[in-house]
Design a binder for this molecule. Structure first.
Ligand SMILES: NC(=O)c1ccc[n+]([C@@H]2O[C@H](COP(=O)([O-])OP(=O)(O)OC[C@H]3O[C@@H](n4cnc5c(N)ncnc54)[C@H](OP(=O)(O)O)[C@@H]3O)[C@@H](O)[C@H]2O)c1
Length: 297
């Protein structure tokens, strides 16, 4: 397939690009050429800004996977430009779109955050992250109808991606996993490689709609045990570390965000590898001399 990736060279997107090339797709990457510019020499490289993507003004693709869409203004621009020249538009969205943070078992149809009156469509602020993703999804659905997919993820771990705070580094150094959340805190996540495979799968299948691309819900204590199991004799988890890298409220007021219903994604082919496999990959990647990036928004 002739596949266009908007982004594709940093944390998550590079796994999508790798998977696309491995599957034999003809790959075009659109970005500013600043992040890891020497990656993927076998792909076609188009350079430009999301806000003024002149390089996308010509060309045809069977599908696009949009990994770098944050601003409504930019999404509107690429949707207009690509509407009649791409078959399918897959958008990397987020579990931050949901209006409730407490309701357990939310499906993809749960109410989403509203767009605040008068908010700027061309400036990024953290409080607009969820509303922007929701508005972008709606805009793409209006433009592409069933030819668009929104893949919603939250915590993503794996090589080139942040892991849970210091967990990969801790395993690599024989130190305690630091976890400022409560042991019973519900948590869902996804390995970046499983996310990449799913993004590609729904795109190739042309499967429209939204998907909660997250693991089954577990607890922080269970997840930490799965990670610790990779290094026998790993020290106990530090539940009260000096640094809180999770920023999760301890009163349960964000639990619904990690109790999402993922059955639609599973039915569409989402495969979630065991937590210990992700843990081992993160640890080995760090042992190979790499440093995880800071947590994303
Ligand atoms: N935990 C998570 O990481 C998580 C969870 C849920 C959703 N997401 C979503 O996943 C996506 C981010 O993944 P990623 O950063 O790993 O993707 P990526 O595709 O690997 O990296 C971002 C890409 O966008 C390009 N880019 C950045 N700003 C640009 C601009 N103004 N104009 C053109 N290109 C630009 C970068 O290249 P240049 O710098 O060279 O331009 C880079 O190739 C986002 O949509 C985010 O909301 C992430």
């Amino acid at each position: 397939m002739r596949l266009l990736i908007l982004g594709g060279t940093k944390n998550l997107g590079r796994h999508v690009a790798e998977a696309a090339l491995a599957a034999g797709h003809e790959l075009t990457l659109f970005n500013r050429g600043r992040t890891n510019p020497t990656l993927f020499p076998e792909a076609i490289h188009l350079q430009g800004e999301r806000s003024a993507p002149d390089a996308l003004a010509s060309g045809e693709w069977d599908a696009v996977i949009d990994m770098s869409g944050f601003l409504v203004h930019d999404l509107r621009r690429s949707a207009e430009l690509l509407r009649d020249r791409v078959g399918h538009y897959t958008f990397m969205s987020s579990i931050a779109v949901y209006a409730s943070r407490t309701t357990p078992g939310m499906t993809e149809d749960a109410p989403q955050l509203a767009w605040p009156d008068g908010a700027p469509e061309d400036e990024f602020t953290m409080d607009l992250y969820g509303p922007s993703k929701a508005r972008a999804e709606a805009l793409l659905a209006e433009t592409f109808g069933e030819r668009t997919t929104a893949v919603r993820s939250g915590f993503v771990v794996g090589p080139y991606n942040p892991d849970f705070g210091n967990w990969g580094e801790a395993l690599a150094a024989g130190k305690p996993l630091e976890c400022a959340a409560r042991p019973g805190q519900p948590i869902q996540y996804l390995d970046a490689r499983d996310l990449a495979a799913f993004l590609l799968r729904v795109t190739v299948d042309g499967r429209g709609g939204a998907f909660n691309a997250v693991s089954e819900s577990t607890t922080m204590a269970e997840l930490a045990e799965a990670w610790r199991s990779v290094v026998p004799g790993s020290p106990p988890v530090d539940w009260e570390p000096a640094v809180d890298r999770f920023h999760l409220p301890h009163d349960g007021s964000n639990d619904g965000t990690f109790l999402l219903d993922n059955s639609r994604a599973l039915a569409a082919g989402l495969a979630v590898r065991p937590a210990a496999e992700s843990a081992r990959a993160c640890m080995e990647w760090i042992q190979a001399g790499n440093t995880p990036p800071p947590p994303p928004h």
